[in-house]
Design a protein around this ligand. Sequence first.
Ligand code: AMP
Length: 397
Amino acid sequence: MINFLDYDFSNKRVLIRVDFNVPQDKSTFEITDDKRIRAALPTLKHILNKGGSLILMSHLGRPKNGPEDKFSLKHIIPHIEKLVGKEVLFANDCIGSEAQQKSTALKSGEILLLENVRFYNEETTGDMNFANELASLGDCFVNDAFGAAHRAHASTTQIASFFPDDKMMGFLMAAEIESAEKIIKETVRPFTAIVGGAKVSDKVLIVENLLKIADHIIIGGGMSYTFFKALGGEIGDSLCENERLGTCKEIVERAEKMGVKIHLPIDSKIANKFASDAQTRNQKSAAIPEGWMGLDIGNETIKSFTKVLLNSKTILWNGPMGVFEMDAFEHGTKSIAEAVAEATKNGAYSLIGGGDSAAAVQKFGFASQVSYVSTGGGALLEYFEGKELPGISAIVN
Ligand code: AMP
């Protein structure tokens, strides 16, 4: 594989796939969280400092059928310009004559942003001709879009085949892979995985794969109640996926056989409605009365989960412990973030991934106190499900 640091970028037009799929204010289009753009800056700056010019490719949102103004990347130009400190040129179509002319005219140090690649269905179908048209704009290809690495799309995967000797990963992609590999390939034990969030069905594959590598699996959030019901508990009106009861039972039984300790919340903060002004009280998680629902982990649980985390040397966290977006139900997630930060201070390696847990550690001010906060949601999840990520394979192979 070509080393990004060794590559000679001088006077090269560098076609770079970034993940600028950022959240925006619906009416002003202002970016509400620019973490993904900031995370790509070291790669962009390195190429510019080495005398290359940049052709930025990204998707934004999920346009269904061709161009839609609300998904146009033109709205984020001022923000990129502010972060890079340079003018950013724009091509209104990611392929075709305008993109060709503007990329051909690029001089060393200049930046061209292409319009949303997902305005073409050929992007998501991984169309080779479309990939070829994109490839014709540049002299080499850099993939720094970890957040899109689990998609076999034209601009993340097929495009790489047109640059057999000039394709490489940027700093962000390399850092993401390094942090994930540290967990899987250099596991220092005990290894504790924390899995939370709303739905069991979204997390079944990761939990099943973690059974093979983790010593402890902490299960919190809405998904834990399906486990309690599967084990014969009463969960009132808490979130439950009845069609997953069998899966949960099986996971618990397999964990026991494999010597993996599963930790479920002993107690919950329950509420009489899904609202921040609900009546609340503390209750055993397996004995929640009708008309009440578990919306956060309770204090006894926080204590026991914290104990496990402080004894861990490797920690992976995907999914919040409760409805952390509401002040009344943020305490559990915040306390677990604090425990992960404490464990990290004591020498553990901690990786936080998945949109919501990353947002939570950010919200509670612990992002700089953990080892790594991933920019990838689905991509990181698929990595830990044991799947091959096509965007990475296309560069490596
Ligand atoms: P996910 O995207 O699956 O990681 O789920 C994240 C979402 O799960 C967040 O929006 C949380 O508010 C929600 N969540 C976490 N715990 C609960 C719970 N006990 N009941 C309902 N929703 C929850």
